[in-house]
Design a protein around this ligand. Structure first.
Ligand SMILES: *Cc1c(COP(=O)(O)O)cnc(C)c1O
Length: 433
């Protein structure tokens, strides 16, 4: 049995069948914006390996930081211990985050950081004498992860409907409809307003992906939505959670997507690009008000603690990644990619099978009636040497933020080629990014 045969028969891949597995690329190594395959071919990673690889693969500074840390301390339980990489990272994160969000909980994945955010909100309300405030409000079209609480906060009509039986019911507002570049109209937030006024007594927090609803909708919405959301939360004593796992770290332009709105959340989650895509780590950041309220309640302890919490190798990687973000102008890098995408993809508007073309920051999205056939997708990837992973109705690219103009040019050519292919057969259950 070849290694690939073993893979096909024994290893689940994300959102894939093990009985009828889709083809996979066999990665051998990666550096910069490229992934090298076993057969020697190279693919430009136009997906940043699910939006993590901000500085490029195997960045020498991050690899070196992990190597050095590995010689001292690979892991120690965070219960009863602390260590330098965790303290250094907490300080760096507090400086990197919007003012006020300087209390940190380190989680081992994005989903866990969302679970932690929701538990913080519930424990906060409990400490204030409101144990009945144990539901959240989320937005249709959102995505917050794959664990059961995260599924329960993600688009109720999305990829997780099969698991409704094990999910708690939370409340949903309609998907924001006005685009980031559109003209604000308060009507967009009416449904959120209604949900909160009907169920406010049961609600601990509102959660959203600010500005950019990524994995479920590829939707860029208006900052006015977040401004009104903040007001609604304040008026009802409800906490506001921004999930910046996909949109943060400059993906949409500014360091944090929500900066466009000029408001700050009470709790914020950060993940994906935090380690520049080198190790798994996420963080839940909270204000002193949230932390102090929980601390003054009963129990005073915050009730969560994963085995690999604040893993030193991951913290060292994140420290090096944040140093890279601080050392050059990522906002300018992203603006250049945005301009190139906007110009390069404009010609696709109005083409057959193309519903919409939208660009924000280092994200270019072509919404189609139906994706091309798998053979056409494979052909485009091979012909251009560009790794794309379309899903649902979306052909898109979210390349490493360090991609230069010629890399972005190649990605655009691949996107245009793919969006020009005929629509393929309807597929069932083709959901995940
Ligand atoms: C990817 C993602 C998550 C989940 O992160 P994992 O590391 O995959 O658990 C949560 N929220 C958003 C917005 C994401 O894009």
């Amino acid at each position: 049995m070849t290694p690939l045969d073993y893979d096909r028969t024994h290893i689940w891949h994300p959102y894939a069948s093990l009985g009828n597995p889709p083809p996979v690329q066999f990665a051998k190594a990666a550096s910069g914006v490229e992934i090298e395959l076993m057969d020697g071919r190279r693919l430009v990673d136009a997906v940043s390996s699910w939006w993590c690889v901000a500085h490029g693969h195997n960045h020498p500074a991050i690899v070196e930081a992990v190597r050095r840390q590995s010689e001292k301390l690979c892991h120690v339980m965070f219960g009863g211990f602390t260590h330098e990489p965790a303290i250094a990272l907490a300080e760096k994160l507090a400086a990197f985050a919007p003012p006020g969000l300087d209390r940190v909980f380190f989680a081992d994945s994005g989903s866990i950081s969302v679970e932690v955010a929701a538990k913080m909100a519930v424990q906060y309300q409990n400490a204030l004498g409101h144990p009945e405030r144990n539901k959240l409000v989320a937005l249709k079209g959102g995505y917050h992860g794959d664990t059961s609480l995260c599924m329960a906060l993600s688009d109720p009509d999305g990829m997780h409907t099969l698991f409704r039986g094990i999910m708690t019911r939370h409340f949903f507002a309609e998907k924001p409809a006005i685009p980031t570049w559109g003209e604000w109209d308060g009507a967009d937030v009416e449904s959120l307003r209604r949900v909160v006024s009907e169920h406010g007594d049961e609600i601990a927090a509102v959660i959203c992906e600010p500005i950019f609803q990524a994995a479920n909708a590829m939707n860029f919405y208006h900052p006015g939505y977040l401004r009104e959301m903040r007001e609604i939360c304040d008026a009802h004593g409800i906490l506001l959670i921004f999930d910046e796992i996909a949109a943060g770290c400059y993906r949409t332009g500014p360091r944090w997507a929500h900066t466009r709105a000029g408001v700050t959340p009470d709790i914020m989650t950060v993940g994906k690009a935090l380690t520049g895509g080198h190790l798994t780590l996420a963080a839940t950041l909270a204000t002193a008000k949230v932390a102090d309220t929980i601390s003054n309640g009963a129990p005073s302890a915050f009730m969560h603690g994963p085995t690999y919490m604040a893993n030193p190798l991951a913290c060292a990687a994140a420290c090096a990644s944040l140093d890279l973000f601080a050392a050059s102008d990522y906002e300018a890098k992203v603006r250049r990619i945005e301009r190139q995408f906007a110009e390069g993809l404009a010609s696709l508007r109005g083409r057959p099978n193309v519903r919409d073309v939208r660009v924000l920051g280092a994200a270019g999205v072509i919404e189609v009636e139906r994706l091309p056939a798998p053979d056409d997708i494979a052909r485009v990837i091979r012909a251009h040497g560009v790794w794309l992973r379309p899903f649902c109705n979306f052909i898109y690219a979210m390349p490493p933020l360090v991609s230069d103009a010629s890399t972005v040019e190649r990605i655009i050519a691949a996107l245009v080629d793919l969006a020009s292919a005929p629509p393929g057969p309807a597929v069932e259950g083709d959901f995940h990014e």
